[in-house]
Design a protein around this ligand. Structure first.
Ligand code: FAD
Ligand code: EPU
Length: 338
């Protein structure tokens, strides 16, 4: 375990932003994390946990200690007739974990295949895709308090999950390192293929009998066709959340913009497709310098190579302003801005 100084973060964030951390260290156990945090070199400095860096935008250097979570391990902690409870270390790669569940015929995460990042960040924003969110299968997590060094267990209700939300982004922001996450996976799959193009893709693949393997592959195919691969073009997935609006506001907008893409959600509200709003403002495929809006998915901002975090942030503000001006709708950034 080593604390390094002035570390270039380009390899540690999928936007490929060349910011620096004043100090950087990896840990593969709670004991190592405690040792780093009490080291006189960094004691008292601000700290931040880093996973795969796939939901962050560094707009400036990080003037503290960045702690890369490398806690590994996947184990079954209990099972019954219906479910298998699988605990994964926070530093496990998310997609690797999903593939491991599928290999063992444990159902529930297949729609969340190919989401970048690590297991430890999965509860942070209650990751979701293709009609499923982790809160549907999340059982509990262990978290280490970064100030008083106590370990806590959070169950599903404790996490206060919402759309791209949890307590860890709100009232406990920056306070905990998530150490492990346990998922409750089903021995008897209930397929969720109603979202978007899954059914169509399964048909194209020639699937006649559903399996979690087939659903996972369909999701992988759809994602690969429209989302940029961070290994080729820097990005952090959807830059903004899909905004939720009240029914009367939806009716007014729909009257003026008949093509508006929206889905009814709980509480009589509507969720708008932010990608559609952004595309209508003319941003899709836009590029200025190396900062741009992805040509196949307007919700994704991209770094073609040498954009700075400030360049991407500036572009995101222009997008926000134009959507506000044209539709009167305020977008919220999904990506964590540092
Ligand atoms: P990081 O980016 O490293 O961290 C994100 C935040 O969590 C930071 O605030 C960090 O401090 C905190 N954090 C990370 N690990 C821990 C920990 N162990 N303890 C405490 N805090 C921690 N997201 C979706 O929900 N659905 C999608 O479909 C989706 N698609 C994507 C597609 C692409 C191409 C990309 C690049 C991103 C996509 N994302 C998606 C966003 C991203 O993959 C997820 O948010 C992912 O969970 C981030 O994981 P990470 O390990 O990279 O987190
Ligand atoms: N659309 C457009 N133009 C675009 C993009 C989208 O018109 O450029 C419209 C289309 O009508 C499309 C609809 O928006 O049918 C929805 O698009 P898509 O299925 O690509 O999903 P999304 O709403 O843009 C959300 C998540 C993604 C997740 C997908 C699939 C958010 C903020 N984003 O995107 O998550 O993978 O659904 O479920 O909720 C992420 O969070 O980083 C992320 C990639």
């Amino acid at each position: 375990m080593l604390i390094s100084e002035n570390v270039l973060l380009r390899p540690f964030n999928t936007f490929g932003i060349p910011a620096q951390a004043r100090y950087f260290a990896s840990f593969s156990s709670v004991e190592e994390l405690s040792t780093i945090l009490t080291d006189p070199l960094v004691k008292g400095l601000s700290h931040m946990i880093l996973g795969g860096g796939s939901n962050m935008l560094f707009t400036k250097d990080f003037d503290g200690i960045l702690l890369k979570n490398e806690i590994k391990g996947i184990e079954v902690i209990k099972e019954d007739e219906e479910f298998v409870y699988v605990k994964a270390g926070a530093g496990e790669n998310w997609h690797g974990f999903v593939m491991d569940c599928i290999k063992h015929n444990r159902a529930g995460l297949e729609n969340l295949s190919l989401i970048p990042g690590n297991v430890g960040a999965s509860p942070m924003q209650n990751i979701g895709a293709y009609g499923v969110e982790i809160r549907d299968t999340f059982y509990e997590l262990e978290a280490f308090h970064l100030e008083d060094f106590t370990t806590h267990t959070f169950n599903n209700g404790d996490c206060e999950f919402g759309y791209r939300e949890s307590v860890f982004k709100r009232k406990y922001k920056g306070q905990f390192a998530i150490i492990s996450v346990t998922y409750r996976l089903s021995k008897h799959p209930q397929f969720n293929i109603r979202y978007g193009a899954i059914e169509e893709e399964l048909k194209r693949m020639g699937i006649t009998e559903l399996s979690i393997q087939a659903v996972s592959q369909a999701v992988i195919n759809i994602r690969t066709s429209k989302l940029p691969d961070p290994a080729e073009i820097g990005n952090a997935g959807s830059f903004f959340k899909n905004p939720t609006i009240a029914a009367p506001v939806y009716e007014q907008l729909k009257a003026v913009h008949p093509g508006l893409v929206a889905y009814p959600v709980d509480g009589g509200q509507y969720k708008l497709a932010a990608g559609w709003l952004i595309e209508q403002c003319g941003w899709k495929g836009f590029r200025e310098g190396d900062a741009g809006v992805h040509a196949k998915q307007a919700l994704v901002l991209v770094n073609y190579g040498h954009a700075s975090g400030a360049d991407i942030y500036r572009l995101s503000q222009q997008v926000l302003d134009s959507v506000h001006e044209k539709f009167g709708v305020d977008l919220e950034r999904e990506v964590n801005i540092i």
